[in-house]
Write a protein that binds this ligand. Structure first.
Ligand code: NAP
Length: 342
């Protein structure tokens, strides 16, 4: 193996592939890298399984027509990746060094790894409403996960904020427990898929308040009692009493590791090409950290597969004697696959 540019660790073990994140993209990258005999190391992060692990029912992942729960799917992903040799570490990556090669990956658990490639699949997290009272009442009536917290609202009144698939799906889930579910959406049309919209409109427990935004969450004695609202058309202000506020207003990429290291777009997603390459040769990204368009389990799985295949190609090029120049953006090259250091 060549091209250990600037390394002081030549005698130490060097990983072939480190995968950061344990969602569908990460485990699929593990599966493909393992089947390429690369013995990948997958570091799970704090939210094992990613967002899918807090999904109650997955109906649109092909191959499971009877649907299955998010945690069940995550266990299947993990088992299949491990079966072929992926090593799974329950730890949290808190630093990557990508201006030298091999790269360095450091974790909260105190581990330091050298690695020839990195596949970033750190996913995304819920976006906050960012209104007064939200932080104060998080966990005291404000929630971002119906699957996790719905049970606590048995027989109660809840509000769901948002108009996308998450808001629709979670509102439907909450009808299992809550006596009334009101969806507050800032426009007069849902963004959610047609099938979910139809189910929402058909559900007698759900009421939709259009053109309505929450301006403040209010409570008493450490528990939510209601929200202040504004009509986006008339600007009229109002107030609704409720026991719980479930916020589903989109997601933000988990990109804290990357400023100044990997190229991001204006929304904070890593920028990759079709081969899942970032601007640093040997660093790839897959799933919601780089996808702001599709954000489905099925697309994340495909991107994880592609990232692992590209990492495998990259390692083959290294093995064949190509050096790498970390200053050269690999996305600008089609041939040779790795920029040759002059
Ligand atoms: P999303 O599609 O981005 O929808 C976010 C919703 O929140 C939008 O309706 C948006 O309103 C609203 N919103 C954003 N900021 C707001 C604010 N400050 N105040 C009030 N409302 C606000 O996010 P998502 O529903 O979490 O879905 C994310 C991705 O995951 C999507 O690609 C979705 O298809 C996918 N997903 C799929 C499934 C499934 O297939 N079953 C389930 C869950 C999620 P506007 O409509 O006006 O922009």
């Amino acid at each position: 193996m060549t091209a250990i540019n600037g390394s002081n660790h030549k005698e130490e073990k060097i990983e072939n592939v480190i995968i950061i994140g344990s969602g569908p993209a990460g485990f699929t990258a593990g599966l493909y890298a393992a089947r390429a005999n690369l013995s990948p190391l997958l570091i799970t992060g704090n939210d094992y399984g990613g967002q899918v692990s807090i999904t109650y029912d997955i109906e649109n992942y092909p191959g499971f027509p009877e649907s299955l729960s998010g945690p069940e799917l995550v266990e299947k992903f993990k088992a299949q990746a491990e079966k072929f040799g992926t090593r799974v570490e329950f730890d949290y990556v808190n630093e990557i060094v990508v201006d030298r090669h091999p790269f360095i990956v450091r974790t909260a658990g105190g581990a330091e790894y050298l690695t020839r490639t990195i596949i970033v699949s750190t996913g995304a997290r819920p976006r906050y409403l960012e209104v007064p009272g939200e932080k104060e009442f998080t966990g005291k009536g404000v929630s971002y996960c119906a699957t996790c917290d719905g049970f606590f609202f048995r027989g109660k009144d809840v509000l769901v904020i948002g108009g996308g698939d998450s808001a629709a799906e979670e509102a439907l889930f909450l009808t299992r427990y809550a006596s009334r579910v009101r969806i507050l959406h800032r426009r007069d049309k849902f963004r959610a898929s047609k099938i979910l919209q139809d189910r929402v409109f058909a559900n007698e427990k759900i009421e939709v308040l259009w053109n309505t935004v929450v301006t403040e969450i209010v409570g008493e004695n450490g528990a939510v009692t209601g929200v202040k609202t504004r009509n986006t058309l008339t600007q009229e202000e109002g107030r609704l009493s409720t026991d719980g506020v479930f916020v589903f207003v989109g997601h933000l990429p988990n990109n804290e590791l990357f400023p100044g290291k990997l190229e991001m777009d204006e929304d904070g997603h890593l920028v990759t090409d079709r081969k899942m390459r970032t601007n640093v040769p040997g660093v790839f990204a897959a799933g919601e950290i780089q996808d702001k368009v599709f954000k489905q389990v099925a697309t994340s799985v495909g991107q994880g597969c592609a990232a692992a295949m590209s990492a495998t190609r990259f390692l083959e090029d290294l093995e064949a004697g190509h050096a790498i120049d970390l200053r050269v953006d690999p996305r600008e090259f089609t041939a040779p696959r790795v920029a040759v250091l002059a």
